[in-house]
Design a protein around this ligand. Structure first.
Ligand SMILES: Nc1ncnc2c1ncn2[C@@H]1O[C@H](COP(=O)(O)OP(=O)(O)OP(=O)(O)O)[C@@H](O)[C@H]1O
Length: 250
């Protein structure tokens, strides 16, 4: 079976033995307290950090055996922080997402332009295409960076806190987009802090102290005892229809 799989990952830093499988066609949300190892795990699964022990398999082949362009055509990573190419036009930033297909000297063709247009469109970033990245608000910039990740038409998308900086409406746009992308067959792994956004994912995995301590459907994972242990006694969970809804009652 395909997928992006972390097997027995120990180190660097906080990771203490993580197994996690991201399947094509699913949105998997990764939750966990600050410092639990979420970003580190994402960077290991993106091939940007080497684990001390264990390995990452991309469609059953070790990730370290892939060349960087080959890996980049299959897998895109959206980091939590920059550096960002502030001085480039938005359209140029998104075109950078085609690099794994074009190489440094490749000539852009119709397929590349279509992918860039599509990525700008689905992220709601088309209106900024002629602006400099450095002139955008935090939320606008976040959508452009998501467009850059999508422009390579990856099969797996790893997103570190993609809804941070977004207003409520655009959080909804991004969350809806993640579901839609999974529906199109992509495997989407997103670090999130908001359990109510995670409740919309197909599966949720919870990291605590560098280990996956819970994994499964949102209804099964987002339970009050676990969340209270992770985030404190004031966390409450109620059911709204089928879905768990988490709020604070400090
Ligand atoms: N370059 C580094 N050198 C030393 N320690 C590091 C380094 N990067 C991360 N760590 C440590 O590893 C642990 C996990 O960090 P990580 O960024 O993966 O956590 P996180 O779950 O993403 O946290 P947050 O929710 O705050 O973003 C933290 O204690 C952090 O201080």
């Amino acid at each position: 079976m395909g997928g992006l799989e972390a097997r027995g990952i120990v180190g660097p830093f906080a990771l203490k033995g993580v197994d996690l499988l991201l399947r094509p066609g699913e949105w998997l949300a990764l939750l966990g307290p600050n410092g639990s190892g979420k970003t580190t795990l994402l960077r290991v699964m993106a091939g940007l950090l080497r684990p001390r022990r264990g390995e990452v398999l991309l469609e059953e082949r070790p990730l370290r055996a892939y060349g960087s362009y080959e890996r980049g055509r299959l897998l895109a990573y959206l980091p939590q922080n920059g550096p960002y190419p502030e001085g480039l036009l938005v359209e140029e930033v998104v075109r950078l997402g085609r690099l794994p297909h074009l190489g440094l000297w490749g000539r852009e063709g119709g397929e590349d332009r279509e992918a860039v247009d599509w990525a700008l469109e689905v992220t709601g970033a088309s209106a900024f295409r002629g602006r400099l990245l450095g002139t955008l608000s935090g939320g606008e910039r976040q959508r452009v960076l998501l467009a850059r990740a999508l422009a390579g038409r990856p099969r797996y998308l790893l997103l570190d806190e993609p809804t941070t900086f977004l207003d409520l409406a655009h959080q909804g746009v991004v969350v809806g987009l993640l579901r839609r992308l999974a529906g199109m067959g992509l495997g989407v792994l997103s670090v999130l802090h908001d359990p109510n956004q995670a409740a919309l994912a197909h599966r949720v995995a919870v990291l605590e102290g560098g280990r996956v301590v819970a994994e499964g459907g949102p209804e099964a994972v987002l339970q009050e005892p676990l969340l209270a242990r992770l985030y404190g006694a004031g966390v409450r969970v109620v059911r709204l229809g089928e879905r768990p809804h988490v709020y604070l009652d400090p």
